[in-house]
Write a protein that binds this ligand. Sequence first.
Ligand code: KE4
Length: 427
Amino acid sequence: MKHTKSIAAYEAAKRVIPGGVDSPVRAFKSVGGTPPFIERGDGGYLFDIDGNRYVDYVQSWGPLILGHCDPTVEAAVFETARRGLSFGAPTTLETELAEEIVSLFEAVEKVRFVNSGTEAVMSAIRLARGYTGRDDIVKFKGCYHGHSDSLLVQAGSGATTFGSPNSPGVPADFAKHTLLADYNNIESVKACFEASDNIACVVIEPIAGNMGLVPAEESFLQELRALCDTHGALLIFDEVMSGFRASLTGAQGLTSVRPDLVTLGKVIGGGMPVGAFGGRAEIMDKLSPDGPVYQAGTLSGNPVAMAAGLATVRQLRADGAVYEILQMRAERLVNGLKAAAEENGIALQVDVRGSMFGFFFNDKPVKNFDDALASDTERFAAFHRAMLDRGFYFACSQFETGFISTKTNDAMIDETIRNAKEVFGAL
Ligand code: KE4
């Protein structure tokens, strides 16, 4: 594959944009090489500015579940944009998308739209702190909830549960209010509640997608729910990635546990910038202007983004079999990759939740972040580079999740597996 134009574009970008990218993962640091600059998408494919075509398993990190340039979504965007891009005033489109979400997510009676997943989780945490009057929060190692200060926190040194910043610019005074627990380990959560009687909420990706794909065990979620109830802390399900991806109702469709607040993003914007957070009315009504917890946004609920999200969600709702087909295709892919790897003596842990798939170069099942970190990231990088060169665009980190869109068909998947077989052989 030629990458002449992407290489030049990357140099130009780096002169005026930090790292040449507007989000760090796009710089391909953990897999090496020049990130292809994309010219266009079409269905299940991406095309870069050198004219190379890729089967797209990233889909903008989740939003493009209907593939690129879906005619219905595009028509909705063009039609709405013709009437104006943004008014900073209420429109009925916001109510319509809110009604869709309320009708699907049992835990949600009211929802507020924002412009990113980061904003959704940041606002949900402020609401939980305002509602409970408490300052501390619990998050899990390996879960990512966007880049707001309270969440850029890593485990403190040693066994302490209190967090320390994992980025310069986050004051230790902020980070100390974030306690860290281990995913799928209820004892580590109990330790947090023993360490602080001031916990406002526990925030979790009920299906973790940011350490690779690591679903929470049902028993763990049930114990987590009970623990939050015992201590009067709110349980926040961060479904920015899993919402409308693991099932039509995200993780909620796969677990009996119901959170107090849910955050959404990605798919509900259909490719346009949207985030959302929702929950019981008695919690949500604490938000300004009716309540004292302040939260706001110039472009929150803007009509074009609402139209893209509505067109996407309504298509997914209308097609009763869509998630069954997406899951079948995801399983076809990962089972094919696993068989191809094992034929070549390579251990691959694979998992699927609806249209989400993950694979770890690891000889043991991955249940938490420490397990994930034990994966062979060098081998992942070599696999990623080789597959990219053959026209298959996987997430550029072992600690990400892959996606199947409605336009990712069996022929693409079988072609992927055939190429992976050769790549594993060369690894
Ligand atoms: P955004 O602010 O990137 O829209 O959403 C933050 C966020 C919140 N919660 C979860 C569960 C998420 O997965 C994300 C964002 N996910 C990453 C991909 N792993 C976005 C890609 C990127 O950072 O460029």
